[in-house]
Design a protein around this ligand. Structure first.
Ligand SMILES: [Mg+2]
Length: 275
């Protein structure tokens, strides 16, 4: 017997799916569950019905979750911040393709980051503020998800392969506990094109989870990690549960939870409460 969560409140869709799987339908406040012994292909069902479907884990206990670690660009927010800076200064063509290739996992992240920052050499930091104020939007369901986690006393952190400026402001805006991101050299309010210190790549994101677990006295199994790009893969591997949000194919294949159609607050559906 398996339990599928339908991250939707569409009753007719839930009934249709339940019938096709010869399952028993259960209605929760903000989603449906199907209990079935039938075999099924989850990817096909998702694609066919354009709805988020995920299995209820038989081993993972969501009440054990004590820390959320999330990627920033294209995860908590809808944009790639470095691409938006490049766009604002007319260098989109040079930068956006490098970002895309890095997120697909086709380029070494550290090299790609250094290259992008060097292309942006001379850019005034006032463009950061303009991008944050005018172009940065939270992904759907983010405020609700953070509020929910806070109500359960779950700590939260944003870890980003982007710039400190954005991660720190986002941390403050959402009221997260902490953040980690990249430092770049700034002189006379302009980027010099140099990166300061280590670049937060896939490996560093995973190390950050270990550091936070040390700090908060937690096990890595108590961490829920959310991301969308190839540079989130390493932290997904060590987290207790991993969420691929509108993610690159490489993540959709390996993560425990896949969300493509609904907001990030769909994660709430896994917690064993009748919301
Ligand atoms: Mg991302």
């Amino acid at each position: 017997m398996k339990t599928i969560i339908i991250h939707s409140q569409d009753l007719s869709l839930a009934q249709k799916l339940s019938t096709s799987l010869k399952g028993e339908l259960e209605q929760r406040k903000r989603h449906f569950r199907i209990h079935t012994s039938n075999s099924f292909n989850l990817d096909q069902l998702r694609e066919l019905n354009k709805v988020d479907l995920n299995l209820v884990s038989e081993v993972f206990n969501f009440s054990e979750v004590k820390l959320l670690v999330s990627d920033m660009d294209s995860t908590l927010i809808t944009i790639e911040t470095i691409d938006e800076i490049a766009k604002a200064v007319g260098m989109s063509n040079e930068v956006a393709e490098i970002t895309e290739q890095a997120m697909q996992g086709n380029l070494d992240f550290t090299e790609s980051f250094k290259k992008r920052v060097s292309i942006l050499s001379g850019v005034n930091t006032s463009s950061f503020e303009a991008v944050y104020n005018n172009h940065l939007q939270l992904s759907p369901g983010v405020p609700e998800l953070i509020k929910f986690f806070k109500s359960l006393g779950i700590k939260s952190a944003v870890v980003s392969g982007g710039l400190v400026y954005f991660a720190e402001r986002l941390k403050n805006q959402l009221g997260l506990d902490t953040f980690q991101a990249n430092n770049v050299e700034i002189d006379n309010n302009c980027l010099t094109g140099k990166v300061l210190g280590k670049v937060i790549d896939a490996k560093e994101k995973a190390i950050y989870i270990y550091e936070l677990c040390d700090l908060y006295q937690l096990k890595t199994e108590q961490v829920i990690a959310i991301g969308d790009g190839a540079n989130d893969l390493e932290m997904m591997k060590i987290a207790g549960i991993s969420v691929a949000y509108q993610a690159k194919p490489v993540l959709q294949k390996t993560c425990d939870i896949v969300i493509n159609y609904s907001g990030l607050d769909s994660v709430v559906d896994f917690f064993d409460y009748d919301f």
